[in-house]
Design a binder for this molecule. Structure first.
Ligand SMILES: [Zn+2]
Length: 330
C-alpha cells in the first residue's frame, strides 16, 4: 500500500524471510529478472515489491534504497489522477483496470490484465534503456489475472529479459497463475503476519489494535475490520447469520448467501465477526454444556474455512451456502 513517503525494507514488518532473500540478492548484485511474490492478501507483497523497485532505481546507487532521494520518493508515490501509477517513469505498475482511461473500457481490461495493457505499457518500453539510468521495474498486481493472450505476448520478454529490466509478479492465488508465467519466474513466499505485527500496524495508524485477533494475519482484513462505518453492516450480518443457523430449515441461510454482492474484503470481515461470535458461545458453554461447546468449536472452524474459500476466490454466495450446510450438520 504505497501512496506517499519512504518504504525502505526496514519498514516491512513480519516478512523477514522474503526481505532477507531480496536484500541478499541486491547486495550480491544478483537480482533475478522475474520474481513471483506469493502469499495471502494484505501481508506486504506489494509494499515489498515497491521497496525492491526503489532499491533498483535509487540515485544513491547503494544496494538498498536510501528512501530519501528523489528517485526513491517518486518510486513509491502514486499519481493523484488516473492512472494511479508511480511518478517514477521506470517503476511501472500493471493491474486489472488500471489503465482503463488510456486503453478504453474494453471487456478484457475489466476482467483481467489485457493484451492491450501488455503491448502498450510493457512491450513499448522493454526494448529501451531505463529513462533515468539505473533499472526498469514492472510490478504486476494480481498476476493470476493476466489473460492467456496477454501472457503469450509477455513470454518472450520474461524469457529473454533486457538488461536491467525486472518483473515482480504479485499473487494471492498462485495456483491460478498460468504455467507459462510460473515456469519463468522465481518464487518468494510471504506468510500471514504474526498478530503482534498486525497490532503494531493498526496502532501506528491510530486504529483499534484489538481487531488484530480476528484478522488472520492480514493487514487489509484488519483495516476493513477496524473501519467503524462497516461495523453496523457486519453486526447485522452476524445477527442474521446466527438466526439462520437456528432456523428450522435452510431457507434463511440461502437467502443470506444469495444476498452477497461479491465484496470479498467486506464478506471476509463479516465472517471474521461471525466466527468470533461463535467462539464466544463455545467459551460460555464449555462448563455448562461441553457437547454444545464442542459443536460450536467445530462450527467456528467451518466459518474460518469459508473465509479462506472467499479469499481463494470461491464465489461468495457459493462459499456461504456451503458453509451453512456444513454448520447446520455440525
Ligand atoms: Zn534513494
Amino acid at each position: 500500500m504505497v501512496g506517499t513517503g519512504a518504504v525502505p525494507f526496514a519498514d516491512i514488518l513480519g516478512q523477514e524471510a522474503a526481505v532477507t532473500t531480496l536484500t541478499r540478492a541486491l547486495a550480491a548484485g544478483r537480482v533475478h529478472h522475474a520474481y513471483r511474490f506469493e502469499g495471502p492478501p494484505g501481508v506486504g507483497k506489494e509494499l515489498t515489491a515497491f521497496a525492491l523497485a526503489q532499491s533498483l532505481v535509487c540515485e544513491q546507487g547503494g544496494p538498498e534504497a536510501c528512501g530519501r532521494c528523489g528517485a526513491c520518493r517518486r518510486a513509491v508515490t502514486l499519481n493523484s489522477d488516473d492512472p494511479r501509477v508511480p511518478l517514477h517513469p521506470d517503476v511501472v505498475l500493471l493491474g486489472r483496470g488500471l489503465y482503463r482511461g488510456l486503453l478504453g473500457g474494453s471487456s478484457t481490461e475489466a476482467t483481467g490484465i489485457s493484451v492491450e495493457q501488455v503491448r502498450r505499457i510493457v512491450l513499448s518500453r522493454v526494448g529501451f534503456p531505463p529513462h533515468e539510468g539505473r533499472a526498469l521495474v514492472f510490478i504486476v498486481r494480481e498476476a493470476d489475472e493476466i489473460t492467456v493472450q496477454a501472457a503469450n505476448a509477455l513470454l518472450k520478454t520474461l524469457e529473454e529479459p533486457h538488461e536491467r529490466t525486472h518483473f515482480v509478479l504479485l499473487t494471492s492465488r498462485p495456483s491460478r497463475l498460468l504455467d507459462t508465467i510460473r515456469s519463468r519466474s522465481l518464487p518468494v513466499r510471504f506468510g500471514p503476519l504474526p498478530e503482534r505485527v498486525v497490532r503494531e500496524i493498526l496502532q501506528r495508524r491510530e486504529l483499534d489494535p484489538d481487531v488484530a485477533l480476528l484478522a488472520q494475519g492480514s493487514v487489509s482484513l484488519a483495516l476493513e475490520l477496524a473501519d467503524p462505518e462497516a461495523r453496523a453492516e457486519r453486526d447485522a450480518f452476524v445477527t442474521t447469520a446466527l438466526a439462520a443457523l437456528g432456523a428450522p430449515d435452510l431457507a434463511p441461510s440461502l437467502k443470506l448467501a444469495e444476498g452477497q454482492k461479491g465484496d470479498r474484503d467486506g464478506l471476509r470481515a463479516a465472517l471474521a465477526f461471525f466466527a468470533q461470535a461463535i467462539a464466544g458461545e463455545a467459551r460460555t458453554l464449555v462448563t455448562t454444556s461441553p457437547d454444545d461447546a464442542l459443536k460450536r468449536a467445530l462450527q467456528h472452524r467451518t466459518v474460518l474455512e469459508a473465509m479462506r474459500d472467499v479469499e481463494r476466490n470461491v464465489q461468495p454466495a457459493l462459499a456461504l451456502e456451503a458453509m451453512f450446510v456444513r454448520l447446520r450438520n455440525a
